[in-house]
Write a protein that binds this ligand. Structure first.
Ligand SMILES: [Zn+2]
Length: 442
């Protein structure tokens, strides 16, 4: 029989990580029963705009082929492992496990898309679990928030595009301590595996991007196109601390899945806080620089004006937005949020489709003397002060735009997990997924 397991909300701001729980489960089941999952564990990123997420709003899914005899015992083991590795004392943590005993159907897939792009309620999740005969185990009685992510993870099937991440875990005594990876080796790895790994190093800010900063068990995560490249990349790293092991996940990170599968395309429906949104329109106001360096501009779409905010932290993107002008045609993607009591779009991706020609007028040059004429009074045209040459029409100058059409993203350090980096354009996968390879689990 096929058993799919979705797990969410085991982490907290103080530690823990759903991928580590998945790692412990896979290791325990392998050690006790010598059974491996059918596919790479799924690391499923959901709507990055929801207010109650912990770090990256990530959930995990595991799929096993089991015999009826093993079923109960293995489920028991999974629940124990989740309990052991969840931060249950932390008030905001509501771990949940969703178990599906047959093929994951269309309804669960649709729920995944919903949780990827909107704010879904616990009630909806619980209803669907009942209808789909999914067994839900909540580790806390009073709240069932984790059910949303656990169920969405179950439904997550990466159809059009996906990437992989190799996550390296620390030994317990190092949790919370400074991560010891030689940064030079990260740059070497990046150079050797480009463009098939991404977001390894921020060359402008000279910062390693593969290491998180919290007290969680993850030492580093290498993101890339396929498992083999990730193993090769890991070989370049000079790790200067003891590690527990690693595991490769298949994931929707770096795919723009949230924009691709946008639900509720109706603007009125999407313009509530915490949704994913993508709109086409024309810039209808000059960008305004707000205190703190954030930039605000408006986009008009279907004769409705929508405010867009680009935060200072977006780096390069923030500089680009400042150069937009009235009439530029753009596609704006991001999340909705309340800013100064108004729902606006927090810009995550800007596509400039067409730039307007900016025209300026100035006094013409006198054809006789080759000097610039002087403007006479209102509607009286221009006159050359030297020879008295007169003309009515000004010279029209087309201003050079310091901007070109294209896709613009924030600096990699402030990019969302789901955001597709520029180097991945053209690398989208539509083919069959990679089988488990030697060394994917250590
Ligand atoms: Zn003249």
């Amino acid at each position: 029989m096929l058993l799919s397991i979705g797990i969410d909300d085991t982490d907290s701001y103080t530690g823990g990580c759903p991928t580590y729980v998945a790692y412990r489960i896979v290791k325990n089941i392998k050690n006790s029963y010598n059974i491996l999952p059918k596919d790479y564990p799924h690391l499923v990123r959901l709507n990055p705009n929801v207010p109650y997420k912990t770090k990256g709003n990530g959930a995990v899914k595991l799929v096993y082929e089991l015999s009826e005899l093993q079923k109960e015992e293995i489920i028991q083991k999974i629940v124990e492992t989740v309990k052991e590795n969840s931060y249950l004392d932390y008030e905001e943590t509501d771990p949940a496990i969703a178990l599906c005993f047959n093929n994951v159907g269309e309804e669960l897939y649709k729920f995944y898309l919903k949780a990827l792009t909107t704010l879904v309620t616990e009630e909806l999740a619980i209803d669907l679990a009942e209808k789909s005969k999914v067994e839900v185990i909540s580790l806390k009685k009073d709240s069932k928030k984790g059910v949303i992510g656990a169920l969405a993870a179950l439904g997550a099937t990466f159809l059009d595009d996906y990437t992989y991440e190799l996550l390296i875990y620390r030994v317990k005594e190092n949790f919370g301590k400074k991560r010891r990876i030689d940064s030079e080796s990260v740059r070497e790895m990046d150079a050797a595996t480009y463009p098939f790994t991404f977001n390894n190093y921020d060359y402008e800010r000279k910062r390693v991007l593969i290491t998180p900063h919290g007290p969680d068990p993850v030492l580093a995560g290498i993101r890339g196109e396929d498992p083999r490249t990730l193993l090769k990349a890991a070989g370049y790293l000079k790790i200067e601390e003891r590690i527990e092991g690693w595991m490769i996940f298949i994931t929707n990170q770096g795919t723009d899945a949230h924009f691709t599968y946008l639900q509720g395309k109706n603007l009125e429906n999407s313009l509530k806080p915490f949704n994913v949104i993508k709109i086409y329109g024309k810039v209808s106001s000059m960008p305004i620089i707000l205190p703190g360096g954030h930039v605000k501009f408006e986009v008009e779409t279907n004769s409705k004006s929508v405010e867009v905010i680009c935060f200072k932290e977006s780096g390069k993107l923030n500089n680009i937005v400042r150069k937009l002008r009235n009439g530029d045609e753009v596609l704006v993607s991001g999340g909705t949020r309340e800013f100064y009591n108004k729902v606006c779009i927090n810009l995550e991706k800007l596509e400039i489709l067409k730039l307007v020609e900016l025209k300026k007028t100035r006094a013409p040059i006198c054809p006789n003397c080759n000097v610039r004429c002087k403007k006479k009074g209102k509607r009286q045209g221009y006159e050359c002060e030297k020879c008295g040459f007169r003309c009515k029409e000004p010279e029209i100058v087309i201003e050079k735009r310091e901007l070109s059409p294209g896709v613009y993203l924030p600096d990699s350090a402030s990019m969302r997990h789901l955001a597709k980096p520029l180097q991945r354009y053209g690398l989208q996968k539509h083919k069959k997924k990679f089988p488990l390879i030697e060394g994917w689990l250590r």
